[in-house]
Design a protein around this ligand. Structure first.
Ligand code: NAI
Length: 762
């Protein structure tokens, strides 16, 4: 019997001699490209090739996704033997080559997303037919996790869509809808139904008994021309310039992609695949890729699954949401909540104000319609869910109320009491305050266990993070409700404990402060801004301060005079005040650290250099780089140390999604490991000595971790002594080794692993 199935696929041959390989990795949440899968696929493919009754093969999957990509669990593990890893990758592409060069037609019938390794698998096939459904995505997103497509994608894509598009798609990890993939030649046909897709696939096999891949076909021309054409040269030059400008050398995979494409296109495909495997190995071994996979993928997935919610609390469904305040934040919250299908009551003090808040949704939807991303029907449906209101009674019947009125404790006190008078006792009340401690605001509440902070970022419809703040008396039901609501509006929650500025504003504020201190110490403003961007911050420290407004910084300190006891706060207050005195308040007002001439690009305010007596050589570049990032990381670690952060991973995710801390470092906590915990502590100590101030004081717990040779993620975990490590059984020892970044399995000699672990512990 030639038909069979295993844990990876089902193999069937029909009466016309067409074989189908249906990918179905029954033990995995989705189909994934792993070594084991490639073996199974190769076995099935070779079986079809050897069988003279088989005319060709349809590769498909009846699961929701054709294939989600490479197995990141495998790629996240430490690799110490580069040669063995490289050979394993070569093994995969050689198996792929054996199939695509055997002379028998293979057709990919793609009925769901084909991403990363999934698309590379489809590229092994001679023809690709995709179900024309808008939910299906096709692409090579590896770059987003610090990698490059290592299963042939980097070298093959240019043959299909030309150098320029291939480079753009691979460097950005862009995913395409079926119609766009067809237009670019990445797939060959579309089908309107799964049945049509399968019958087209079969017809192609029967009509094309001797297929050849474009990269094996001497007559094939690369769309737009090869590398030594004027077009090709211009493309390469442009790409090199863009990568330099955007990645600043922080993302090694970006440069590796350029090299593979440049070198690979000039040599025969088998040699090109070898080059690709070499650079793929370099990517996988890089700290940057590990960080991006961990934070950008695993931690994100965990958070999206609600890992932060109390496990035993029942799911809290928000059918009706009340919002107090239809200003910038309230309007944004109304839009994202109505979009998720909730009934929204949007209350302000005047009907005009409430309507203006609703009009914000109209504006977003009109823009989306103009871009073809929404329809009049969808717009009408969404707008019908938002009811403007002025009466406090309108909050009756809401499952959750989010307060977003002015940042004024007295006003917040008033609206809390007004709302609780009508809100059912078992419902949850949240404040979107950006600075006032939740414990303080909860004093206005008669049910502080149902009182919580749900802190959004502006603009609400674009920013992915929501910071949930637990006050002293906040109960588990309120936490569950806040997390469930955040997930329902498709945002990523982190849960933190109460503190002034919570986690995000407090740590982000240190970036603004350090930028101002450097300015005060005579560093040229342009140097501060350029170095900020070079190290991967999305915006310079002075520019971003203009955006949040200097007036807000001053207001926050004015409303909490006690904070002036802190030297850093007092110093920043002085600088901010001196700027405000000169009428330099914000981007909004057209004048801050920058000038904002109408219709032109912003430029640094020329008088800054005289005001702060700037000198070209005030400080060296490395020190400036470190001060700007170390300061944020140190404050983040303090949040962990003080219990504001409940886990180191929340800090990483919150910093990356909340204020754009560069993801190549893994986030503002992982950054300390990225630098090296010992070096980080030594730098902070030197900065404390040279630049003064308590702000560089290193918590004892960080020194302890450094002394024990640990990772920042070991914070709060028991540090095992050498004697205790020796007592571990083999699986426990391997687990510990892997956590410490040592590649080890139970198949290794226990004594070897033990030695490596003890060496690292010191
Ligand atoms: P905003 O000034 O744009 O809007 C506040 C709105 O509240 C106004 O429309 C006002 O008419 C309304 N309001 C005043 N008294 C009211 C009452 N008794 N009942 C109902 N509505 C009332 O302010 P924005 O920027 O939307 O901020 C709101 C809250 O969100 C503040 O606590 C702020 O700190 C916080 N926040 C602001 C962020 C930002 O980037 N703007 C970010 C995160 C939080």
């Amino acid at each position: 019997m030639s038909n069979y199935k295993n844990d990876y696929l089902e193999y069937n041959v029909d009466a016309d001699g067409v074989a189908t390989i249906n990918i179905n990795q029954v033990n995995e949440p989705a189909n994934l490209l792993s070594m084991a899968f490639v073996d199974a696929f190769s076995e099935a493919g070779q079986k079809a090739i050897a069988d003279t009754n088989v005319k060709g093969v349809i590769l498909t999957s009846t699961r929701r996704m054709f294939m989600a990509g490479g197995d990141l669990r495998m790629l996240a593990k430490p690799v110490t033997d580069a040669k063995a890893f490289f050979e394993a990758v070569r093994g995969i592409t050689m198996k792929f080559r054996a199939i695509e060069t055997a002379g028998k037609p293979f057709v990919a019938a793609i009925g769901g997303a084909a991403l990363g390794g999934g698309l590379e698998l489809a590229l092994v096939c001679h023809h690709r037919i995709v179900l024309n459904h808008p939910s299906i995505k096709i692409g090579l997103p590896e770059a987003k996790v610090g990698l490059l497509p290592g299963g042939g994608g980097t070298v093959k894509l240019p043959y299909l869509c030309g150098l320029q598009k291939a480079l753009t798609y691979i460097l950005q990890g862009r995913e395409l809808r079926p119609a766009a993939a067809l237009k670019d030649g990445i797939v060959n046909e579309l089908a309107d139904s799964p049945e049509e897709m399968m019958s087209k696939a079969k017809a192609w096999i029967l009509a094309n008994p001797e297929p050849i891949q474009p990269w094996d076909n001497k007559k094939h021309r690369i769309p737009g021309g090869g590398i030594w054409t004027p077009n090709g040269m211009m493309t390469m030059m442009g790409a090199v310039g863009n990568v330099g400008k955007l990645a600043h050398g922080n993302y090694p995979n970006q440069e590796h992609i350029l090299k593979v494409t440049h070198d690979g296109i000039q040599v025969p495909i088998d040699r090109a695949l070898e080059i690709e495997a070499r650079y793929f190995t370099a990517c996988v071994m890089s700290k940057e890729a590990k960080n991006m996979i961990n934070t950008g993928f695993f931690q994100m997935q965990k958070a999206k699954k609600g890992s932060a919610r109390p496990k035993d609390e029942p799911k809290y469904e928000v059918k009706k949401l009340g919002i107090l305040g239809a200003g910038m934040m309230g309007a944004g919250i109304a839009y994202v909540s109505a979009k998720a299908g909730m009934e929204v009551v949007l209350k302000d003090i005047s009907m005009e104000g409430a309507e203006r808040g609703k009009a914000y949704s109209t504006k977003i939807l009109d823009k989306a319609i103009a871009k073809g991303r929404s329809t009049e029907e969808k717009k009408a449906a969404l707008l019908s869910k938002i009811t403007p209101a002025i009466d406090p009674e309108s909050m009756k019947g809401c499952d959750l109320v989010i307060e977003a009125v002015f940042e004024d404790p007295n006003l917040k006190d008033k609206v809390t009491k007004q709302t609780e008078a009508v809100l059912e006792k078992d419902k949850v009340y949240a404040s979107n305050t950006s600075t006032i401690p939740i414990t303080l605001l909860a004093k206005s509440s008669e049910r502080p266990d149902n009182f919580i902070g749900i802190h959004f970022f502006s603009p609400v419809d674009k920013m992915p993070l929501v910071e949930i703040i637990v006050g002293e008396k906040t109960g588990p039901k309120a936490i569950a409700a806040a997390v469930d609501y955040t997930l329902a509006i498709r945002k990523v929650p982190i849960v933190v404990n109460d503190s002034r500025g919570f986690f995000t504003s407090r740590c982000f504020g240190t970036y603004c402060n350090e930028g101002m201190f450097l300015l005060e110490e005579g560093v040229l403003p342009a140097v501060i801004e350029n170095i900020g961007k070079r190290i991967g911050m999305p915006v310079g420290a002075l520019a971003v301060h203009d955006e949040v407004t200097l007036t807000l910084s001053k207001h926050i300190i004015d409303s909490n005079p006690d904070s002036m006891k802190d030297a850093e706060t007092a110093r920043s207050y002085k600088i901010v005040s001196s700027m405000i005195e000169k009428g330099r308040t914000s981007k909004k007002d057209g004048a801050g650290f920058y000038d904002y001439p109408a219709g032109e690009k912003k430029r640094l305010w020329p008088e800054l250099t005289t005001m702060f007596n700037s000198k070209p050589d005030a400080l060296d570049q490395k020190t400036i780089e470190k001060r700007l990032l170390h300061r944020q990381a140190l404050e983040s670690f303090r949040c962990l140390d003080e219990g504001v952060l409940r886990s180191s991973r929340d800090g990483d995710l919150g910093s990356v999604l909340g204020w754009g801390f560069p993801i190549y470092t893994g986030g503002s906590i992982s950054y300390i490991d990225y630098v090296g915990i010992n070096e980080f502590v030594a730098d902070c100590d030197a900065f404390a000595k040279n630049y003064g101030g308590d702000r560089w004081a290193v918590p004892q717990s960080l020194r302890d971790l450094a002394a024990a040779g640990k990772s920042v993620h070991d914070f709060g975990k028991k540090i095992l002594s050498a004697a205790e490590i020796k007592k571990l059984n083999e699986p426990e020892l391997v687990k510990l080794a892997n956590k410490m970044g040592i590649a080890a399995t139970v198949d290794d000699l226990k004594a070897d692993t033990l030695k490596k672990v003890l060496d690292k512990v010191g």
